[in-house]
Design a protein around this ligand. Structure first.
Ligand SMILES: [Zn+2]
Length: 258
């Protein structure tokens, strides 16, 4: 009985919230249990056993006890605190943006190890590699994939015919690209045009889903990312509000566009 109440898992700290005088609620994305909120008791007291181990974005090994209403953090050891990333305010903001995306798309107490793995890989890339904007877009694309929301970029989402190499209409309601013959019938007022350039990058991302991209790819695709950034964020906002009922996401994306 006791052993079932306690579990150990690798996790990334997504956010913290003060509760009571000396405690904080920590939201983790764990490898084995998905998103978990647990109380770190006494963390705001001087000399707390937690020290700085529960800083946002830390990759940790933690032990958590299931409680009647809230779980409790027993122990926490840092595996990686991404020190380089923390020396750059923009990189910290980008890391927090990634954490907020996982907080929005990650399901409570439902493991998604692929989501955990891409979160960790992205924090590590932001910590050690150039072209951070590329790595964030690559994360956003894979977030849609591992959450089951990735749209169709190769064939028309309605008639399934292969798409010609040109600009096309993307419709979030239809869930993908519509060919010229289907646009009039199935297009909605939420659709927009995606350029042939951005479509080629989206298809490159799609072909690369089972591979690990390197600095070489990041560097060759590091220019002209504005359209694809707007594409991914507009689509994520649509999904977050329609399917995840996350209203705060609008502000998050607006903040990042400024
Ligand atoms: Zn079609």
């Amino acid at each position: 009985m006791t052993s079932n109440r306690v579990y150990r898992t690798k996790a990334v700290v997504l956010k913290q919230m003060p509760i009571g005088e000396t405690n904080r609620i920590i939201t983790f994305y764990t490898r084995t249990a998905g998103k978990v909120a647990a109380v770190a008791r006494g963390i705001r007291r001087p000399g707390s056993k937690f020290g700085g181990s529960l800083e946002i974005l830390n990759h940790v090994q933690t032990s958590i006890s299931r409680g009647r209403s809230l779980d409790n953090v027993n122990e926490c050891v840092v595996i990686d605190s991404f020190k380089n990333l923390r020396e750059d305010l923009t990189a910290i903001a980008e890391g927090i943006y990634i954490a907020e995306l996982v907080d929005t798309f990650g399901e409570d107490k439902s493991p998604n190890t692929r989501l955990f793995d891409i979160l960790l890989e992205t924090l590590s890339n932001l910590d050690s590699l150039d072209h951070r904007e590329f790595w964030i877009l690559w994360f956003e694309f894979r977030l849609l994939h591992v959450s089951g929301f990735l749209p169709e970029f190769v064939n028309c989402v309605e008639c399934r015919n292969p798409l010609e190499r040109s600009d096309h209409t993307f419709d979030p309601v239809a869930g993908g690209i519509l060919c010229p013959s289907c646009v009039d019938t199935y297009g909605t007022d939420q659709s927009w045009i995606v350029s042939v350039y951005s479509l080629s990058l989206l298809r490159f991302f799609q072909r690369s889903l089972s591979t690990t991209l390197s600095s070489r790819e990041a560097s060759s695709y590091s220019a002209n990312l504005t359209e694809i950034k707007t594409f991914l964020r507009t689509y994520m906002r649509y999904i977050a509000e329609r399917d995840l009922k996350s209203t705060g996401f609008l502000d998050l994306v607006r903040f990042k566009e400024n």
